[in-house]
Design a protein around this ligand. Structure first.
Ligand SMILES: NC(=O)c1ccc[n+]([C@@H]2O[C@H](COP(=O)([O-])OP(=O)(O)OC[C@H]3O[C@@H](n4cnc5c(N)ncnc54)[C@H](OP(=O)(O)O)[C@@H]3O)[C@@H](O)[C@H]2O)c1
Length: 336
């Protein structure tokens, strides 16, 4: 697989990674975990993917434990990226960015992952109660201690932050508050990578965030590159989702919006068919084309999809193909 170099610490990874979240979080709980998930991680590595994206809160903890079982056997083939800063309670998920907590969380992740170093340690969400410089300073100390190779920032909550005005300030773009945070933490220790939602139907990161990263040598992990599965064309409008599935409450996954957004899937299928590829692969190839510093991390619990997604790194879309995808209709259904 093509390799890409991301970030201040010049990290080299396979151009397409594996999002491990669906194995223990967010999607179809009835199918999560088990030996199938283990096979999926092995299949992704076999197919040339190296970046395995997990988090202590997926499960919680079980996803890191699973990745650890693979790392015990195949550490040199893998690039492990995990996250800290969110605690899962019975009813709520809360941020904790206190320095002491961050250091304890890292030690716990290292134990679960069965490794002595985490390649990329990401702050899952900033804690509104703790100055972000303090949290980031503690994470920088983990690099000095040799427990972590590089630091990453997750920008996924940007939409909610903007919506609730929790990080008020100048600018109205979805990632304006994120960029202000990034500029503050860059004063403390270099950011190697930013994780943000980026897909054919969610392009806000392309306005300012992806260019901001490019101009500073910061990598981008494109989360949700398959639009939570929709862009693969394997979901049917009105099919319904399990109660805990994030799509059960997602405005783009009502029967009406899934039907309204079918032209996006049709367009991806049209381009993919010219290359003997799938809609999911065309969607991933489009994300890859957004910059040499961009690494999509499609999530799956299924080995066959991990293999299919990894193969998208070999799909060479022409400029005309890419323009056709870029020109597809804007997605209907909004959180705003
Ligand atoms: N930092 C954050 O806050 C944050 C937030 C969200 C995501 N992420 C990261 O980004 C990764 C990717 O995002 P995501 O997993 O939410 O969304 P995604 O990659 O857009 O979509 C995942 C969904 O697509 C399905 N899928 C995957 N490959 C497929 C294929 N080839 N054909 C048909 N369906 C396919 C999966 O089904 P199955 O579940 O049945 O396999 C899963 O339900 C996550 O795994 C996680 O590592 C991070």
């Amino acid at each position: 697989m093509e390799r890409r170099t991301i970030g201040a610490a010049a990290l080299e990874v396979g151009a397409i990674g594996l999002g491990c979240m669906p194995m223990h979080w967010a999607y179809t709980a009835s199918q999560q975990g088990g030996e199938g998930a283990l096979r999926t991680v092995h299949a992704a590595l076999d197919a040339g993917a190296s970046l395995l994206d997990t988090a202590d809160m997926y499960g919680p903890f079980t996803n890191e434990l699973l990745v650890g079982r693979v790392l015990r056997e195949r550490r040199s083939e893998a690039f492990v990226s995990t996250k800290c800063g969110l605690l899962v309670g019975d009813q709520h998920i809360v941020a904790n960015g206190r320095p002491g907590y961050v250091k304890r969380a890292c030690d716990a992740s290292l134990r679960r992952l069965q490794t002595d170093v985490i390649d990329l340690y990401q702050l899952h969400r900033p804690d509104p109660e703790v100055p972000v410089e303090e949290t980031w300073g503690a994470m920088a100390e983990l690099v000095s201690a040799g427990k972590v190779r590089a630091l990453g920032w997750c920008a996924i909550g940007a939409r909610a932050q903007r919506r609730f005005g929790s990080t008020a300030g100048a600018g109205t773009g979805m990632y304006d508050a994120t960029i202000r945070h990034l500029e503050r933490v860059q004063q403390v220790f270099p950011v190697s990578c930013v994780q943000a939602e980026l897909s054919v139907w969610s392009r806000e990161a392309l306005d300012r965030l992806v260019p901001w990263c490019a101009s500073r040598g910061v990598g981008v992990l494109a989360a949700m590159p398959l639009g939570n599965g929709f862009l693969s064309g394997t979901l049917t409008p009105g099919q319904g989702f399990e109660p805990e599935d994030v799509r059960a409450r997602h405005p783009r996954f009502t029967a009406e919006m899934m039907a309204a957004n079918q032209p996006i899937v049709a367009g991806l299928r049209r381009v993919a068919a010219r290359h003997g590829a799938t809609a999911a692969q065309a969607a991933l190839a489009w994300v890859l084309a957004q910059g040499r510093h961009v690494v999509p991390v499609p999530g799956t619990k299924k080995a066959r999809w991990a293999v299919q997604n990894a193969a998208a790194a070999e799909l060479r879309l022409s400029a005309a193909d890419l323009a056709e995808i870029t020109a597809l209709p804007k997605a209907m259904g909004s959180w705003d």
